[in-house]
Design a protein around this ligand. Structure first.
Ligand code: ADP
Ligand code: MG
Length: 482
């Protein structure tokens, strides 16, 4: 599960995103506030401007009407007009919006009541010359209409903001938070994760596909688990099959061994039985009887040899304690080689076989008892002597392993005809022999292999391309002496 392509960030790296911006809610509120403030400020300013302008026009019209009324009233009064003008002007002044009234008589100075400025708000001509000027009070603050409007704008803006906030929270923010929480749970390894489908269509679709993805993940996970279970079952089946194979292999080798024993012992036994039958003949000449007896003895010795070899071979299965005991001893390889060479000399007709020894200096002792080591070398020497069958040389080389300082190598090579390729693959199995019955049991190399393995070493056999056989035995050095 934890296998990742190089360069792919881990879950921890992915989940701790270092720079997170503002939350969705805050961002939405900020954006909406900016948008509403901008648009409603513009709207408010425009509305105030428009109402101001409308109010101004109305005031101007009212001032014009007042001026015209006064002018026509003064026209109607004819000669009396200058006497009555103050009364009429005063009446106009009573209207709160009029600040001052001027009446300009033709030819003489103008009369003025109230406050008059440079520019009148309205001017009306009189029929007999002169004009009436009306001055309005300047508008001071207090625009109740626009204040109301601003209040309305602020209230509406706030309400829309609140509404938008609630709607967005409901449609987007809350479903998205649920989705985020669920995907975090999924990423943390929880398999049963489901988000409620809701909110805006896009968000709801996202939730649906998230649920589908989670379900698929769940399905894949359980498929994987099922596969794992199958694999485990297969593995245990394989293991039991292997056990069975080992058992049947062991049975087969027991069978092979018994067949070999039966054959090896059966032949001399049959010969012995035949010879005894012949020797029973009372009229048999004494010298013939003596010859039969000698042959019976020969065959019996052969059986004896086979049984001894078999006993040696069966030591392969000895209990581990004894093997360990042997391994705890140590022995000098050069000495063992010398012993084996001296043992073989009287045993065989070695008149024309030269045994050469090359032993390197300063070799470590090897693990194991010396007699095992002597037996190993002796078996190899006997085989080599058998193979040479005439004139030849056996070379025993003892050296350090070329690649491993903690091992000693014993190499036995000869100038014989080499190992028969037909038996080379099974050379170390019991009863594999190329020798005629009575000469070889085929147990020598099997015993040798068992001894080498008891010393925790290895043995290999090969044919030298230049002729002759070569056996290489590698043995572990005694710890601390290498
Ligand atoms: N040095 C050798 N040169 C050629 N063949 C050999 C040599 N050593 C062993 N062999 C072959 O291996 C066979 C098995 O040897 P071994 O297990 O000692 O049984 P045996 O000597 O009783 O035949 C021999 O019969 C022989 O064919
Ligand atoms: Mg042999």
């Amino acid at each position: 599960m934890s296998r990742r392509a190089p360069g792919t960030p881990s879950f921890e790296e992915l989940s701790s995103s270092p720079k997170l911006g503002l939350g969705l809610r805050t961002q939405i509120v900020l954006a909406l506030s900016v948008a509403f403030v901008a648009s409603f400020t513009l709207l408010g300013v425009a509305t105030v401007r428009i109402t101001d302008r409308a109010g101004g026009i109305e005031r101007e019209r009212a001032a014009e009407a007042s001026a015209r009324v006064l002018a026509s009233a003064l026209d109607g009064l004819a000669e009396e007009r200058s006497r009555n003008a103050p009364i009429l002007a005063q009446a106009l002044l009573e209207d709160g919006s009029v600040a001052g009234v001027e009446v300009a008589w033709p030819g003489i100075e103008a009369d003025a009541w109230g406050l008059v400025g440079h520019r009148p708000s309205a001017v009306a001509p009189m029929a007999r010359g002169g004009e009436v000027r009306v001055h309005l009070r300047p508008t001071t603050g207090g625009r109740p209409g626009s204040d109301l409007l601003l209040l309305y704008v602020a209230f509406t803006g706030g309400a829309i903001l609140l509404l938008a906030y609630v709607a967005l929270t409901h449609l987007i923010v809350r479903p998205l938070s649920a989705l985020t929480a669920s995907s975090e749970r999924l990423a943390a390894g929880r398999s049963h994760v489901e988000v409620p489908v809701g909110g805006a269509a896009e968000v709801a679709r996202l939730a649906v596909s998230f649920n589908r993805m989670a379900a698929q993940l769940r399905a894949e996970q359980s498929a994987l688990e099922a596969r794992l279970g199958e694999l485990q079952a297969t593995t245990s089946e394989l293991e039991s099959a292997q056990d069975q194979l080992v058992r049947s292999e062991r049975l087969a080798s027991v069978g092979r061994l018994s067949a070999g024993v039966a054959h090896e012992i059966g032949n001399p036994l049959a010969a012995i039985l035949g010879l005894i039958e012949l020797a029973r003949d009372e009229e048999l000449p004494a010298d013939e009887r003596a010859e039969f007896m000698a042959r019976i003895q020969n065959e019996t010795e052969r059986i004896n040899r086979i049984i001894r070899d078999l006993l040696d071979f069966s030591r392969r299965g000895q209990d581990a304690d004894q093997a360990e005991g042997a391994a705890r001893e140590s022995s000098d390889v050069a000495e063992a080689v010398a012993d084996a060479a001296s043992l073989i000399a009287p045993q065989k007709d070695l008149g024309r076989v030269t045994i050469e020894r090359r032993v390197a200096d300063g070799l470590p002792r090897v693990q194991g008892a010396a007699d095992s080591l002597v037996q190993i070398v002796l078996n190899l020497l006997l085989n080599a002597a058998d193979a040479i069958d005439g004139e030849g040389t056996i070379l025993i080389e003892v050296s350090r392993h070329p690649d491993d300082d903690d091992r000693v190598r014993v190499m036995v090579s000869d100038t014989g005809p080499g190992i028969d390729p037909a038996i080379l693959p099974n050379l170390f199995e019991p009863f594999v022999t190329s020798k005629p019955a009575g000469e070889g049991t085929g147990l020598g190399l099997a015993v040798t292999l068992a001894l080498v393995e008891r010393l925790r070493g290895t043995i290999t056999a090969e044919n030298d391309p230049e002729g002759g056989a070569r056996f290489v035995v590698d043995l572990p050095a005694e710890p601390g002496t290498a």
